[in-house]
Design a protein around this ligand. Structure first.
Ligand code: ATP
Ligand code: MG
Length: 184
């Protein structure tokens, strides 16, 4: 590794707040790509998945192949209703937030990914204020990645990086169903 790269990946660098939002496909998988890149440098990564309970490829890959990556899910394997979400969905999202708070303040990880947290806020499963608090209290070196459609402007405002993935086309529109390794 060159000195240049060594310098840029030193642990004492300030971690970033990164947001992946928009309607196009590729937010969660982009965060996982960032995780893969961090893992290559020996960084420890924790991903909290809100509103998800399905055994996604990333859950299986982390268990089988990626000791530096932990993926923990706080949701059911079913859709959450935007209006009138079930009490269990609220309870699970709250637990996810509590876990995220513990993990962030533990300072045991270099990167924490809060997957679909923007949607959990939008659906009012968790409060925006609590997430803003979590971001403000993060350890200096920690990189925090927040994914999901509908990123609130308050989070966009305090983030270092925000990318909005725009849908140009999606294969669902031509009748192609969700697939292992592509959607889950
Ligand atoms: P991925 O997990 O594949 O990176 P994502 O995180 O950007 O996708 P989400 O908004 O979390 O997408 O939606 C999850 C699922 O919905 C994905 O499996 C994806 O294929 C599907 N999806 C995402 N964008 C679109 C779209 N524009 N039209 C239809 N389905 C979509
Ligand atoms: Mg996603």
């Amino acid at each position: 590794m060159s000195d240049h790269i060594e310098k840029r990946t030193k642990k004492q660098d300030r971690g970033l707040v990164m947001v992946l939002t928009g309607n196009g496909k590729g937010k969660t998988t982009s965060a996982l790509g960032q995780a893969l890149r961090a893992l290559g440098h020996g960084f420890k990564v924790y991903m909290v998945q809100f509103m998800k309970g399905r055994k996604y490829g990333e859950v299986l890959a982390a268990e089988k192949h990626l000791p530096g990556l932990t993926v923990e899910q706080f949701g059911l394997d079913s859709f959450v209703m935007r209006v009138n979400p079930a009490p269990v969905d609220i309870e699970l999202a709250q637990k996810g937030l509590e876990r995220a708070q513990e993990i962030v303040v533990s300072n045991a990880y270099d990167m924490v990914i809060l997957d679909e947290i923007n949607v959990a806020i939008d659906f009012k499963l968790i409060s925006l204020a609590s997430v803003l608090e979590l971001i403000k209290n993060k350890p200096m070196e920690l990189t925090l990645i927040l994914t999901g459609r509908y990123a609130p402007p308050e989070i966009v405002e305090i983030a270092d990086m925000v990318s909005e993935i725009k849908e140009i086309k999606h294969h669902y529109a031509s009748g192609i169903k969700d697939r292992a390794g592509i959607e889950f």
